[in-house]
Design a protein around this ligand. Structure first.
Ligand code: PAF
Length: 280
């Protein structure tokens, strides 16, 4: 079942709710891979009906970013969702999402600042606004997001709490290739030689996480990690930082549950990844 309008989507979800069924929503921008399918599969454990949305949201891309190049594969996405047993797909047009005169933006303070928020001004306002709209359009009981976009997940959690949106937010662990590279639609931009370098991102994070857990200072480890990435072929490291796992405030040393987050550039791709860092 494919819905293109809010009205069709709402009708389907309302009918399930009338039958007492729980509904899960998996918001995506398409170009689906195993990471997205893991969200759908987790949705089956939490709800009776699982639906996905595919919408490449223009407002979360900066003027020099890859909005027009972003992979669009509607037919393949729809087939993959059907194969995994999803109960429906919402694919709104840009006009349905942003009708003429649209003028509202949601800005989430605190967790949106720094990290990707610094490198991509306006990005999280675009994400928060479209996710709020998707949640209000579909009115699911639970919505699922990947931990690969960890800052995004924290922004969405904060927004849902602050605006009393009344939906459970479920973060699902990152799905990785056999060599550790986090699955991402943007991995398609990597050339074969860049693809060989890319798993260094996760290797660097895991090496740092072990030493941070053992009490090493964050600034020393961050300098070591940057050096590792740059010498292995990453052209720039936008950030590589230890943060509080919940508030995303900077940590100098691990004294509570932490998250180590990175964004680095490799050819045309800007890759992000993160790992949990726990005290021993
Ligand atoms: O993570 C994504 O794919 C997007 O940022 C999201 C949450 C679907 C909003 O456009």
């Amino acid at each position: 079942m494919i819905w293109r309008s809010v009205a069709e989507l709402r009708q389907a979800v309302a009918a399930w709710h009338r039958d007492g069924l729980r509904v899960a929503l998996v918001p995506t921008m398409g170009a689906l891979h195993e990471g997205h399918l893991a969200l759908v599969r987790r949705g089956f454990a939490l709800a009776d009906r699982v639906i996905a949305s595919v919408f490449v949201n223009p407002t979360q891309f900066g003027p020099t970013e890859d909005f027009s190049a972003y992979p669009r594969r509607e037919a393949e996405d729809s087939a993959m969702l059907a194969e995994v047993g999803a109960h429906g797909l919402y694919m709104p047009t840009a006009d349905e999402m942003y009708p003429a005169g649209f003028s509202t933006t949601i800005t989430v303070g605190g967790v949106s600042e720094g990290l990707c928020g610094a490198a991509r001004p306006g990005h999280f306002a675009g994400v928060a606004t479209v996710v709020a709209k998707l949640l209000l359009q579909a009115r699911p009981d639970v919505a699922l997001f990947g931990q690969k976009d960890y800052q995004q997940l924290q922004v969405i959690r904060r927004m849902v709490r602050d605006l009393d949106l009344g939906v459970q937010i479920e973060g699902v662990p990152t799905v990785r290739e056999a060599d550790g590279l986090a699955m991402s639609s943007r991995n398609a931009y990597l050339t074969p030689s860049e693809r060989a370098i890319a798993p260094g991102l996760y290797r660097t994070l895991t090496a740092m996480a072990g030493r941070l857990s053992a009490g090493a200072a964050a600034d020393e480890q961050e300098a070591w990690g940057r050096e590792q990435l740059q010498s292995s072929g990453f052209s720039a490291v936008d950030y590589l930082e230890l943060r509080d796992a919940d508030s995303l405030q900077r940590l100098d040393r691990l004294d509570r549950p932490g998250r180590l987050l990175v964004a680095a550039r490799l050819g045309r791709a800007r890759l992000i990844d993160n790992v949990a860092v726990v005290t021993k």
